[in-house]
Design a protein around this ligand. Structure first.
Ligand code: THU
Length: 130
């Protein structure tokens, strides 16, 4: 699947964002090794700290459906430059995806930037330590 195709699915998922507190809508789409695509959007809560990012919604949806191998992930928001995943999402991606996994970052203007997760989070907490 091309970067653009995955970004388009993330753009559609962004439409479902529940972001009445920040008004910042985010969409994500995950291409799995078996070809399935799982999408997500951010889901905010009136108790703000309970809000969940779009990337982690997509990843947790996939895991909960028994999918454990991933190819690439796209994230999109209405930003001037392609949106970057937050630190928490970088850690989750780093934990579950191969080091070289492409993180495709996009905005609504059609700008796309692709950076491997190991470059976005070069020194993660490493679960193999324990
Ligand atoms: N958000 C995401 O969905 N992904 C990120 O990587 C960064 C932030 C959401 C969380 C919150 O609902 C809104 O964007 C503003 O921070």
């Amino acid at each position: 699947m091309t970067h653009q195709e995955l970004v388009e699915i993330a753009r559609q998922a962004r439409e479902h964002a529940h972001a009445p507190y920040s008004n910042f809508k985010v969409g994500a789409a995950l291409e799995c090794a078996d070809g399935r695509v799982i999408s997500g959007c951010n889901v905010e809560n009136s108790s703000y700290g309970l809000s969940m990012c779009a990337e982690r919604v997509a990843i947790f949806k996939a895991i909960s459906e028994g999918i454990h191998e991933f190819k690439q992930i796209a994230v999109i928001a209405d930003t001037r430059t392609p949106v970057r995943p937050c630190g928490a999402c970088r850690q989750v991606i780093s934990d579950l995806f191969p080091k070289e996994t492409a993180v495709i970052m996009a905005n609504l203007h059609g700008d796309i930037e692709v950076i491997p997760i190991q470059a976005l989070l070069p020194a993660p907490f490493d679960p193999s330590f324990f």
